[in-house]
Each structure stands twice: as C-alpha cells, then as structure tokens.
Design a binder for this molecule. Structure first.
Ligand code: UT7
Length: 347
C-alpha cells in the first residue's frame, strides 16, 4: 500500500508562474479503478507530406521539432460518432450495459453542439438517462475527470462512471497557420471506472493565464457590438507553452514522488501528455529513466488534447503492456493553464 498525500488546499507562489497556483491533493478513502477502455479515431490519416502540399513546412521540420509523423482528422465523422464508438468499446470491455452507468463525464474543448453538452449528445446515442455533463480543463481533462469521478465514488453518489475524452481539434485551428495546425489531431477515448483502490494520488493545478494558449469565441451577429470578433482559431505562443510544460511536469513528478515516497525506478510507466516528443524526452532525461518507460503515441496521432493520455493508456492495455500491480504516473498540462498528475497502481 502506498502512502498517500494529506488533505491539503494551498496556494503556492512560483517565480516562473506569475499567478497563483491552486493545488488540490487528495487522500482517498474510496478510490477508483478503470475496468474498461475504448477509442474512436477518424478514418483519414494526414501525413506531414500532405500538410507540406499546402503549407510552408516539411516532414523533417515537423518530425525533428515535435516527433509527429501523422495525425487523424475527421472528414465525415462527427465527434459524437467517435465518442460513441469509444464508449461502446469501454462498456464491452467492462462487461457492462449502458444502463449500468450512473454518471457520464465528458472532457472536451467542445462537442458537436455548444449546448447540449457533448456528454448529453453521447448519452442520447447510448440511450442512458443518468446525469451527464462536460468539463473543460483543456489537455488536462482526463486527470480532472478521474478526480471528479473518484469524488463521486467516494461520496457513494455513483457506481459505474463513464469518462469520455473527445476532441475535434481540426475545427478549432487555422489550417493556414503552420505554427499550430501541424500539431493537432482528432479522436476520442473512453473509460469506465468503478470503486477500487487503483488511484493513489492526484494533484491538480490551474494558473490564471489566458494569453499564451487560448481559443476565443466570436461575438455572433449582436447588433450592439461595434467591433465584432469573427471566427477565431486556437492561438499559441509555442515556446512559452513549451517552457511551462517542462517546468510544471517536472514539478508535478517531483511532488508526486516526494508525497508518495516512491522513487522514479518504482514507476513502471510515465504516461505524459503527448504535446511534443521533446517535452517528454526532457522529463525523461531529468529523471534518468529508460525510454521504454515513456510510451508515446504522438508520432501517430499528434496532440489530441484531453484524448492523448487515455488513448495511450487504452492502446497499452490492448497491447498487454500494463499488468496488475504496475505503477503508472500520469501527467497532463494545457490551456488555463491547467496541469494535473496522478498515480495509479493497476488493479
Ligand atoms: O497541448 C497544447 C500544448 N501545446 C504545446 O505543448 C506546444 C509546446 N510548444 C512546442 O511544441 C513548440 O514550441 C512548437 C513545436 C510549437 C514550435 O517549435 P519551436 O522549436 O519552439 O519552433 P519556433 O516556434 O521557435 O520556430 C522556429 C522556426 C521559426 O522560423 P524562424 O523565425 O527561425 O525563421 C518558425 O517560423 O521554425 C519556423 N516554423 C516552421 N517551419 C516549418 C514554425 N512552424 C513551422 C513549421 N514548418 N510547421
């Protein structure tokens, strides 16, 4: 049994992060375990050469700077299609029917509709009537969703919870902007969680900074606004986000290990957000751990925001790479700026 973090809600000042970091760590009386996972990926694979066909870029630049070789992009599929596929696979693997689910949490930057929520859109297709809602913690959505799910389970307010992470990044980025559009892809991943003891530690943070990574909304046709904002796309100061990512993930790993008393050697896999292979490598080098402990899917899928981590986990399970008692450190970061990490001892 691992030692767990003490209950703590604290504000921490950091020189690198100009605003307050609100961190929440939790000791779980009843925690959760993942009992089934699934994925939904669009059919169309887009290579770097495809992008070089209409952008001033090339395969060598993209592979060297990011580690990305391909990504998948929706053409005829809706985000609901991908999410329902992922959810049904997760339910099958958990050996449960949709009617066994007592809560649906969906992490997304936005579904097929602004309202109803993406969770409700998926619930309609699954035929469930349980509560369903979305959260937006950007790329950190999966870790936030796990934390919310564990709180519901601990309170005895749900039995089986369906978490879906789903992103259609292709509709949110400017395909003329080589700084951003080469990075992202579309997809969905889902898992069913129930009461268990796998989740040992969670740490979430949010830093108030809307400048370096954001996606503005337009003002519509409101006649009372003189300066209308038309359709806007994802905006990112890449190097600033890079620095934030390396800093926060490094701190989160250190804090998680100190709190749980684990050493890096005792972690079987570091499953990190897939934003840039260089970010992952930099953390690995600092921890002096072998490459095989840092699985990647960014080469195949690019960055799918909240989906990247659960998709990686789902594929590792399918490939038989995760065994009972394996200790997984999971970490993600994204717009907000949000960050989150957790430790799972696989059940
Ligand atoms: O999940 C969301 C979180 N997002 C991230 O974590 C992203 C973090 N940031 C990054 O991954 C990297 O900063 C990028 C991959 C976005 C950019 O890599 P970089 O090494 O920071 O490149 P840069 O922005 O400094 O650009 C270097 C050069 C520039 O040209 P000059 O000014 O040196 O002439 C860019 O214009 O590379 C140019 N460039 C490109 N060249 C070819 C930028 N994008 C491209 C491109 N193809 N796609």
């Amino acid at each position: 049994m691992l030692p767990t973090a003490g209950n703590e809600l604290s504000s921490v000042n950091s020189k690198e992060c100009k605003e307050n970091i609100i961190k929440f760590e939790m000791e779980y009386n009843v925690s959760l375990k993942i009992i089934g996972m699934g994925k939904g990926i669009p059919e169309r694979c887009v290579t770097n050469d495809d992008l070089a066909g209409f952008l001033d870029t090339d395969d060598e630049w993209i592979v060297t700077r990011t580690g990305i070789k391909t990504r998948y992009v929706c053409t005829y599929e809706t985000l609901t299609d991908l999410s329902v596929t992922a959810a049904k696979q997760a339910l099958d693997k958990a050996n449960l029917a949709a009617s066994d689910i007592s809560l649906i949490i969906c992490a997304t930057l936005g579904g097929d509709y602004r309202t109803p929520s993406h969770a409700c859109t998926v619930a309609e297709q699954l035929g469930t009537t349980c509560p369903a809602f979305d959260i937006n913690a950007a790329c950190t959505g999966f870790v936030y969703a796990l934390d919310i799910a564990s709180a519901y389970l601990e309170a005895g307010k749900a039995k089986n919870i369906l978490i879906i992470c789903a992103e259609m990044m292709s509709s949110q980025m400017d395909w003329n902007d080589r700084n951003t559009c080469i990075l992202f892809g579309d997809g969905a991943a889902a898992c069913v969680v129930t009461a268990g003891n796998a989740l040992k530690y969670t740490s979430l943070s949010a830093i108030a900074d809307t400048t370096i990574l954001n996606l503005p909304v337009d003002t519509g046709n409101n006649p009372f606004i003189a300066e209308k904002r038309g359709k806007a796309y994802l905006q990112m100061q890449g190097q600033e986000v890079f620095k934030f990512a390396v800093g926060i993930v490094g701190k989160d790993v250190k804090h998680a290990l100190e709190t749980t008393g684990l050493s890096p050697e005792q972690i079987d896999y570091f499953i990190l957000h897939q934003a840039n292979k260089r970010i992952i490598d930099s953390i690995r080098v600092k921890l002096k751990q072998p490459e095989e402990k840092f699985p990647v899917n960014i080469d195949k899928y690019g960055n799918i925001s909240s989906v990247s981590v659960p998709l990686l986990l789902s594929e590792m399970l399918d490939e038989g790479k995760i065994n009972p008692s394996d200790t997984l450190f999971i970490s993600a970061f994204g717009a907000g700026l949000t960050a989150g990490s957790c430790i799972l001892v696989w059940e």
